[in-house]
Design a protein around this ligand. Structure first.
Ligand SMILES: [Zn+2]
Length: 418
């Protein structure tokens, strides 16, 4: 069988594995609470708070959707016209058109152009967040964060680009197979490395101070059978007023992180509800499962890029001879951008189901639906999130159940628990 035949077979296998993983590992049996209960929860929220959140979200909406469109147009312009390949040639020229220069500098140049075009939207977004009091870092802090994230992307990107195009040169017929394995490995590696190496670039983390709350949280984790070495506090307040908590990494790099804002704003019972939700993620192995599906998805993407990228009309548009040459990186980026936009609602749906399971875990672990509900109210009011966002926006991009869904779920739990 030809490499192409094997690629089709591999893609089918990876697609099937992804489908099985999604069917088995995502808790599909947790539909949102009935709409009537959600509306009842919505009616009880302070009207001015709901109105303020909606005004804020309306202020953000036009730019958020425009930037998606502009990002897509730029990616298409770089990938489906010879613009991208010309830019990459230009980046390699001072280095005698050497392939490594084209691969690394050219690839990074293409990404940088796409970033620069959307930069005004990022700045505009920051100005809205500042005006509404959510961002606290000012323009200097924002710029430093931006440069740091460019630096991190440049390092990770350079390694990935060099690795990828080296494989292409060593195995011109089978690069997609090695590339798929490499992409999957990179996803797993990043999941270990990001919390330890990259998160500290943006925030300082310190162990939660000893005291009744910390003891209570460590007891909670022990009771839950989730080994947590420490609860870390991130100095998020220097950037934002928003409150949040998350769990990242797995195995030796797993950590529960709470924003310092959360400790300042919320009651101990509410913080406990949030940490119980995070423990739910740890218990259900949501990070390793997400990493596994991410790795399968990345491998499938490489094989799909090989197959789609050998379609002659696309290569003609991009002005390249093969999708495997460094000059064709713009085309790869365009295809990845389109795929990202197409699969966003699927990812959001799976994320919401996983988040709903962590909520159910928090309710069962704490047995305190009242604290859970007041935490949801607080999250919505401090973070200015629309408690009941427009349906289409929710379906396309919401990673978490809406506030009214979460409150309705807490009430359903309270009713069942009697
Ligand atoms: Zn969560």
């Amino acid at each position: 069988m030809s490499p192409r035949g094997w690629a089709v077979l591999t893609l089918a296998g990876l697609g099937l594995a992804l489908l099985v993983a999604a069917l088995v590992l995502i808790p599909w049996n947790r539909p949102p609470a009935p709409r009537a209960d959600q509306l009842a929860a919505l009616r009880e929220l302070p009207a001015d708070q709901v109105e303020r959140a909606r005004q804020f979200r309306s202020a953000l909406r036009p730019g958020s959707w425009t930037v998606l469109g502009v990002g897509l147009l730029v990616a298409l312009a770089l990938g489906l016209t010879p613009l991208g390949s010309r830019l990459i040639e230009l980046a390699g020229r001072p280095f005698g058109d050497h392939w490594t220069a084209q691969a690394i500098l050219g690839g990074l140049a293409v990404v940088l152009v796409a970033d620069l075009v959307t930069l005004p939207f990022a700045a505009w977004r920051h100005s809205v967040l500042t005006r509404w009091g959510l961002a606290t870092n000012g323009w200097a802090g924002w710029t430093v964060d931006l440069l740091k994230s460019y630096a991190v992307s440049a390092v990770v990107g350079a390694v990935a680009l060099l690795g990828f195009y080296t494989v292409v040169r060593l195995a011109p017929r089978w690069w997609w197979a090695f590339g798929a394995a490499g992409a999957a490995t990179l996803v797993v590696l990043l999941s270990f490395v990001l919390p330890v190496l990259v998160e500290p670039v943006f925030n300082r983390f310190s162990p939660m101070e000893p005291g009744p709350l910390r003891t209570q949280l460590m007891d909670l984790a022990a009771r839950d059978g989730v080994p947590v070495r420490d609860v870390l506090v991130a100095d998020a307040s220097r950037r934002t007023r928003a409150v949040n908590a998350y769990v990242s990494g797995f195995g030796p790099t797993r950590r529960v992180v709470v924003y310092d804002n959360l400790l300042r704003e919320a009651t101990d019972a509410e913080v406990t509800a949030v940490v119980a939700h995070e423990l739910g993620h740890a218990r259900d192995r949501d990070v390793p499962v997400g990493t596994l599906t991410g790795a399968l998805g990345a491998a499938a993407a490489v094989v799909a890029l090989y197959l789609i990228g050998s379609w002659p009309p696309l290569l003609r548009l991009a002005g390249v001879g093969s999708v495997a040459e460094p000059r064709a990186f713009g085309l790869l980026l365009a295809l990845v951008t389109v795929a990202g936009l197409v699969f966003a609602p699927v990812q959001a749906l799976m994320s919401r189901r996983v988040e709903a399971r962590a909520d159910a875990h928090a309710l069962a672990l704490t047995g305190d639906p009242a604290a859970f509900e007041s935490m949801q109210r607080r999250l919505s009011s401090v973070n200015l999130s629309d408690p009941d966002p427009p349906r289409w926006e929710y379906l396309y991009s919401a990673s978490h159940p809406s506030t009214v869904e979460r409150i309705a779920a807490a009430r359903a739990y309270a009713r069942k628990a009697g």
